[in-house]
Design a binder for this molecule. Sequence first.
Ligand SMILES: *[C@@H]1O[C@H](CO)[C@@H](O)[C@H](O)[C@H]1NC(C)=O
Length: 255
Amino acid sequence: MDTANQLFAIFAFATCGGYSGQLRVSVDCMEKASSNLSIAIDFAYPFRLYQMSFEAPMCEATRRERVYLVGDYSSSAEFFVTIAVFAFLYSLVAAVVYIFFQNKYRENSRGPFIDFVVTVVFSFMWLVSSSAWAKALSDVKVATDPDEVQLLISACKVQTNKCGSLHGPRWSGLNTSVVFGFLNFVLWAGNIWFVFKETSWHKGASRLAGGAAEKQGGTFSQQPYNQGSFDTQGNFSQPSEYSQVGGPTSYSNQM
Ligand SMILES: *[C@@H]1O[C@H](CO)[C@@H](O)[C@H](O)[C@H]1NC(C)=O
């Protein structure tokens, strides 16, 4: 796992988990004294909108009502942030293992196998959680549209009162979080191949295939460990510290 995994995961959970937004509407009562021309409505992660409330004039003297937004999008938002946090922690631990326990990792075939399975699971989770969060975000946008929020205010249902939208929330941060969610999926799915190469399945198969599988590796431009290189025949080869003596890599280099 390289630092891109960690950075992209941080961007994903920070942009979503750190979000707070505000919209503003105006209620212009026929009875001007009771109007409020700038009502601020705040909401934030985790988007339990039904718990977010504001006070609106009822256009009857000084009477006011407490109005609640509608909807609960916390499950998708929290799922997305949880996956991002765990993906970040896993890539951090994986980086430490690669750097400090490289020999132990390679001696024991269980290490690469676990790494492979976890990478596949995280890729899938990034896809599912990003899709769920993208859907939830589009619903949050509707639920916090000032034109929709006006419909919740009882004074706005009376024709003689005029309600208006001053501004909607900023969405750039949350749009970014969705983009980073899908980028993380692509990044982790791309890592599957490189992690798979470390498993005994692949090592066994490529021994049989006489290094043919190593050549396929050259078609991937991404090199997560930043240590791979192309030899003169265009074959992708790992540096010597990654190759087993007499293994498939050195075999193909001799050809
Ligand atoms: C209008 O609503 C805001 C909250 O959004 C409140 O702080 C302000 O006091 C209200 N103004 C009047 C005149 O009631």
